[in-house]
Design a protein around this ligand. Structure first.
Ligand SMILES: Cc1ncc(COP(=O)(O)O)c(C=O)c1O
Length: 388
């Protein structure tokens, strides 16, 4: 071998593995997080019009100004805070690029970043590619609460970054304002930047309000906050997201963004700007839209042996199969694909050191009929297991 891998332990993500297995076995894929219903036809019209109008060359590196201005207005509507679209908002290739750029911008060789498991799969490899070291703090099922004493013990003079994800994928929990206060107290006077991954900002259930870092005066001064139009517009393939951060942090993020993707698909930015200006109902209705899907799915599977855990946000749902089997979640998920023709995502690959648990993640961003079919197959499979 002429080179040494920089990420020798990284294989194909669990999402790709399970989706590939679903294809091989002809299984219904309710694991990976993407909608199976069409997007608002206005979005498609706006893209066509943007292309016809000639928006086909490089967009500005920071993002189309019209889109950033619309985002600033949207943020004011959501969080009551004014952000400078020119100095504090950057359009990125999905939330993923924003996360990657933010990490490269602040974590240096030998420095540390704290993340919480189960963690989104981008965080740790991006920290290590920056030359940093990841400290992974496991959140324990079934409540997945932050243990602030444990977090305090994990902080060292080398800690540069702490990443939170709220609402949280895959646990479906949400952080409270008290959590943000505890975090602010912990990092006060320390040289630690916060990266707050809030791609599910608009999906919080049962009357809750999303506690954004942007609405927290103290924290937002030291934070990158990441959002995704893929999630908000049911268009994960559009790969359009953005990062909001104070001007000094934004300058550093853009130094990475400029040489990473440089700029994002121009006609999509124009189309999204127009849509954001005219269709606020699309995001204001998201919580109710997904709460109805959560209630439908959990109502259909409750009592079947696939017990739903309480879900406070995101478009995912955890189910506990512990009453049916004590097999590992990876083995059980594979058996489900093979024998029940249902693909889910096991939880343990989101941990460095998974606790003992029997949890699978299901995606609720599916047509009602898909959720009906999935729930029926799960019920039939559990009947077969219980009859054995
Ligand atoms: C927690 C979390 N962060 C970030 C992302 C990435 O968002 P995007 O698809 O916009 O890159 C996802 C997508 O699944 C996610 O679940």
């Amino acid at each position: 071998m002429l080179f040494a891998s920089k990420l020798p332990d990284v294989g194909t993500t669990i999402f790709t593995v399970m989706s590939r297995r679903a294809l091989e076995e002809g299984a219904l894929n309710i694991g990976q997080g993407f909608p199976d219903y069409p997007l608002d036809p206005r979005l498609a019209e706006y893209v066509t019009e943007a292309i016809t109008a000639g928006h086909n060359q490089y967009a500005p590196m920071e993002g189309v100004v019209e889109l950033r201005t619309r985002i600033a207005a949207k943020l004011y509507g959501s969080y009551g805070v004014n952000f400078d679209p020119l100095a504090e908002i950057t359009i990125t290739c999905g939330g993923t690029e924003a996360i990657f750029d933010a990490i490269q911008a602040v974590v240096g060789a030998g420095e540390e970043a704290i993340i919480f498991d189960p963690s989104y799969d981008v965080y740790d490899p991006a920290i290590r590619l920056a030359g940093g070291r990841t400290l992974r703090i496991p959140l324990q099922p079934p409540h997945f609460r932050y243990d602030w004493d444990e977090i305090k013990r994990a902080i060292s003079p080398r800690t540069r970054l702490l990443i939170i994800n709220n609402p949280h994928n895959p646990t479906c929990t949400v952080a409270s304002r008290a959590d943000l206060d505890a975090l602010a107290a912990l990092v006060r006077d320390l040289p630690i930047t916060i990266l707050s991954d809030e791609v599910y900002e608009h999906v919080v259930f049962d009357g809750r309000q999303h506690a954004s870092v942007l609405a927290h005066e103290e924290l937002r001064q030291r934070s990158f906050v990441v959002f995704s139009f893929g999630k908000t517009l049911h268009a994960t393939g559009w790969r359009t997201g953005y990062c909001v951060a104070p001007a000094a942090l934004t300058r550093e993020l853009r130094k990475v963004h400029q040489f990473n993707t440089f700029s994002i698909v121009a006609p999509l930015q124009h189309a999204i700007a127009r849509y954001v200006a005219t269709a606020p109902e699309s995001w204001l209705g998201l919580s109710a839209f997904f709460a109805a899907k959560r209630d439908l799915f959990t109502g259909l599977v409750r009592g079947s042996g696939f017990e739903p855990l309480p879900a406070a946000g995101t478009y995912f749902q955890l189910v506990d199969y512990g009453a049916l089997s004590q097999d590992s979640d990876i083995d059980f998920a594979d058996a489900l694909i093979r024998d029940a023709k249902i693909a889910t995502i096991p939880l343990s690959p989101f941990y460095a050191q998974p606790p003992r648990m029997t949890l699978l993640r299901v995606c609720l961003a599916k047509r009602d009929e898909t959720l009906h079919t999935a729930a029926l197959r799960l019920r039939q499979y559990s009947t077969r297991l219980l009859e054995r």
